[in-house]
Structure formats: structure tokens, C-alpha cells
Design a protein around this ligand. Structure first.
Ligand code: DP6
Length: 324
């Protein structure tokens, strides 16, 4: 009745932004990511006859109502699938070296889905865990595997969608240098941001039409280990989804002044001949993709950016681990 899981966050090279089905949480575009070795979440789930409600602790404190509701929703689905009616103790801890601002729903829901299914007595099934994680947060579906992972676009009404591993961590010795630019939670959550983009951004349709082309380019470049193919397409994927967010009504601006300072440092370094490319998610932090040999220079350039709070160099990480 108890299981423990360890999952790692991931960063998309080809971005997921927009839903094909809000109820089933199905992405409207394909995405492709790298799982990161150093952004780790450990989660323990223990089902207990004596409980009359789920108990959730996150990083040693009680979960807020909003956090708890999303976790209970996943536990309800696990109860439905396994036939169990017990409530659970959930304890989750993020081991993110640079602390604030990087909390990840991706590693969190992947670890929770892994631990909850096994604690409920089910055989570990990565595909099922990825499906369950996807319902809670679609990027979490990708954190079930290490290395490089893809998630197809969904078909409305079809709840079977899961991510799939593309290549293991050994495939490509690249680094993702994370630059922390601000403290605190993002102002507009991904789900709200995506729905507002869909309903109000004049660029949304173009994004939905062109994102698959960028994803294919990124996939081919990744298979060929060609940074000069992956990098520009990854930057375009980032800028295109941020453009949708920025042109929503009311606009969603995830960038802070430091975001622009780091972007400028990356561009300057590239002008000096270093192959390095930027990506950003629904928040102000900047992540730079580069060859392993260039990671130190990239980190130094980021550290030189005005008001940067911290940096962290990540490699491709491992699969979700679950033990009973
Ligand atoms: C910009 O997976 O957080 O990071 O499914 O609504 O929970 P929900 O969204 P979420 O969205 C991640 C969006 C992104 C791009 C990406 O990771 O692909």
C-alpha cells in the first residue's frame, strides 16, 4: 500500500501550448523534451484504511487547497482504475539545487502518478503512468522517461494519449544551462495561459498550424545530434508560443527584465562563435542549450547577465524510478 517514486523535470525543445481537449487535457500540438538530471522530485504515497481524506504534504508543509485539489484528482483516477477506495498520505519533496522559482508540475505529477499506481497495487506500467500524469499536466507525461521524449498531439475525446521515449540520455551529450531570473510563482498558470491564447490571440491559429513543422525539424535534428538544426527551431518554437501569450487579451507577459538580459548574453556568445540557443517556458527563466564542452562558457556568460539569481547546468536525466 506504499510506494516511492523519483522523477525529473523536463524542458521542451518543441513546445506544447494549447489544448485539443480541455476536459481530457490533450495537447493541440506535438512536443519534444529533454529530461533533466538535476531537477528531481521524490514522492511517497501510502494508502491507509484509517484515513477519511487524502493528506498531502509538499516540501514539508501542508498543500494549499489548489495544490491539493489537483493531487486528489489524480488519486481519484488511480482509485477508479485500481478499484481501491482508500485515501492516501502523499509526501513530495523537490530537490532543486537553486531552490525558488523552478518548482515543476512535470516532475511532481510524474512522480505522483508512478507512486500512486504502484501503491494502489497495480503493476508498474510506464504508458499508463504517463497517461495519468498527462491528465494532470501534459508536460508531466514526458517526465516518465529519461533522455529525449515526445508527446504527440491529442485527438479530442481520446484519453489514451501518453508520451513515448525517443532516445536515451546517452544519445546526445548536450547541456541545458538554467538561468534563474526571478523569484516566486508565475502569474498566469499554463492552463489559463493556453486557454486565453486559444480564445483571444490572433496568432493562435498560425501557431497550431506551424508548431508541428517545428517539432518535426527538432525531432530530425535531435536524431542527427545536430545542434545547428535543433537550436534555431527550438528558439522559434519558444518565441512563437510566447507571442501567442503576449498577444492574448488581456496579454500574458512571462518575461522580466532579467529574461531579456540573459537572452542578450546568449545572443552575444553565439555571435562570438559558441553554439548556444535559448528556450523559455511559461515563466521568466531562460534555459540555454549547448554542447557539453561549452557549458562552462555559457554558464559564465549567464552569470554575467544583469540581476541573474542563479544558474544550474543539467544533463539528460534518467527514467522515472518507482519502488514499492
Ligand atoms: C510552456 O504541462 O504545465 O512549459 O497541461 O495545462 O498543466 P497543463 O500545462 P503544462 O504546460 C507546459 C507548457 C510549457 C511548454 C512545454 O513544457 O511543452
Amino acid at each position: 500500500m506504499k510506494a516511492r517514486a523519483r522523477a525529473r523535470a523536463n524542458i521542451a525543445f518543441a513546445k506544447y501550448w494549447g489544448k485539443a481537449d480541455l476536459e481530457l487535457n490533450l495537447p493541440a500540438v506535438p512536443s519534444l523534451s529533454m529530461t533533466l538530471d538535476r531537477l528531481v522530485t521524490d514522492t511517497t504515497v501510502r494508502f491507509d484504511d484509517a484515513l477519511d481524506a487524502d493528506r498531502v504534504s509538499l516540501d514539508g508543509r501542508d498543500a494549499t487547497e489548489g495544490e491539493r485539489a489537483r493531487i486528489v484528482e489524480l488519486l481519484d483516477r488511480v482509485r477508479e482504475t485500481s478499484g481501491s477506495r482508500r485515501f492516501a498520505h502523499v509526501e513530495s519533496e523537490n530537490h532543486f539545487p537553486t531552490a525558488a522559482g523552478l518548482a515543476s508540475s512535470a516532475s511532481g505529477f510524474a512522480a505522483l502518478a508512478g507512486a500512486a499506481t504502484v501503491a494502489a497495487g497495480m503493476e508498474y506500467d510506464a504508458h499508463l503512468v504517463s497517461r495519468m500524469a498527462r491528465r494532470s499536466s501534459a508536460s508531466a507525461a514526458r517526465s516518465v522517461w529519461g533522455g529525449f521524449v515526445e508527446l504527440a498531439a491529442g485527438t479530442p475525446g481520446d484519453d489514451t494519449l501518453a508520451a513515448a521515449p525517443l532516445k536515451g540520455p546517452e544519445h546526445w551529450d548536450v547541456r541545458l544551462v538554467v538561468g534563474l531570473t526571478a523569484k516566486g510563482e508565475k502569474e498566469v498558470g499554463s492552463t489559463t495561459g493556453m486557454e486565453r491564447s486559444r480564445k483571444t490571440s490572433p496568432l493562435y491559429e498560425a501557431w497550431i498550424e506551424k508548431a508541428p513543422i517545428l517539432a518535426t525539424r527538432i525531432r530530425e535534428g535531435l536524431l542527427a545530434r545536430d545542434l545547428s538544426a535543433v537550436g534555431p527551431a527550438m528558439e522559434q518554437s519558444t518565441m512563437a508560443f510566447h507571442a501567442c501569450a503576449m498577444t492574448s487579451n488581456p496579454p500574458i507577459m512571462y518575461w522580466h527584465p532579467t529574461t531579456l538580459a540573459v537572452l542578450a548574453s546568449i545572443r552575444k556568445l553565439r555571435d562570438q562563435g559558441v553554439e548556444v540557443y535559448a528556450t523559455m517556458d511559461a515563466g521568466p527563466h531562460v534555459k540555454a542549450l549547448c554542447h557539453a564542452d561549452d557549458a562552462e562558457r555559457v554558464q559564465a556568460a549567464m552569470k554575467g547577465s544583469e540581476r541573474i539569481l542563479g544558474t544550474l547546468v543539467c544533463k539528460a536525466g534518467a527514467d522515472l524510478e518507482v519502488e514499492a
